[in-house]
Write a protein that binds this ligand. Structure first.
Ligand code: G3P
Length: 232
């Protein structure tokens, strides 16, 4: 079983670049990444991306904060392309579970990426709302969890075990902090990991020997001491 690599980015040029690379199987965006990419018009910007990324799955997130408007946005986003996954936050900003939204969209076979997930209880509630014949992703935020001193491994292991029997539900390792997270995700047979371009580049150079690592490290220190003309 392969752990697919998605690129966590909304920047047009970067998507264009990685869309041609075999290492990347898909893309994930969110409103913060869209803002970072300089998107002014959410729809136009997304459609511009979809003109160059027509096959690989790509997630675009709703940003409404109430179920009614979330549904309206989701139906519109879904129409933008066949490879689009509509990203729905597991709760709104008030902490209310968006189960009704998830249930309605999934029943209509709209591909979903349920995001901002942090607990196994949330995963179980999401699974109950999902149409098992429709494609869905559940995005668990490993890095943001680890940043706050919480171990992401137990929730991933439990969620992967729980979803194993559902071919259409994939667990996604989101909020990747370092290249080693890819090996962790692979070890537990996580379906997908999404990561920023800088980490994808580092993964491409996996396999460097310990000998080369130690020489490169020492060379780096030597170069800097020479550049600074250090003397004792
Ligand atoms: O796209 C969702 C997730 O991967 C965000 O990661 O780095 O903002 O915690 P990050």
């Amino acid at each position: 079983m392969k752990t697919k690599i998605f690129c966590d980015i909304a920047d047009y040029k970067t998507i264009k670049f990685f869309n041609k690379k075999n290492i990347v199987d898909g893309f994930t965006t969110n409103p913060s990444l869209m803002r970072l990419a300089g998107a002014k018009n959410y729809k136009n910007y997304s459609i511009k991306i979809l003109k160059i990324c027509k096959k690989k799955p790509i997630s675009f997130e709703v940003f409404a904060d109430n179920p009614g408007d979330m549904l309206k946005q989701a139906y519109k986003i879904n129409k933008w392309g066949k490879n689009v996954y509509v990203k729905i936050p597991v709760v709104n900003s008030k902490g209310v579970f968006m189960g009704k939204v998830i249930k309605e969209l999934s029943a209509k076979k709209i591909k979903l990426n349920i995001t901002a997930v942090y607990t196994f209880e949330q995963v179980k509630k999401i699974i109950k709302c999902l149409n098992k014949n429709s494609k869905s992703i559940i995005s668990i935020f490993a890095g943001r969890m680890a940043d706050k001193g919480k171990d992401p491994m137990p929730i991933f292991k439990k969620s992967i075990t729980k979803t194993k029997k559902y071919n259409n539900i994939e667990i996604l390792w989101a909020s990747t902090r370092e290249p080693y997270n890819f090996l962790q995700a692979k070890k537990i047979k996580c379906n997908i990991i999404t990561m920023p371009p800088s980490i994808i580049e580092k993964i491409s150079s996996f396999g460097k020997s310990y000998k080369d690592l130690t020489i490169d490290t020492v060379k780096g220190f030597l170069n800097d001491s020479q550049k600074s003309k250090f003397k004792i």
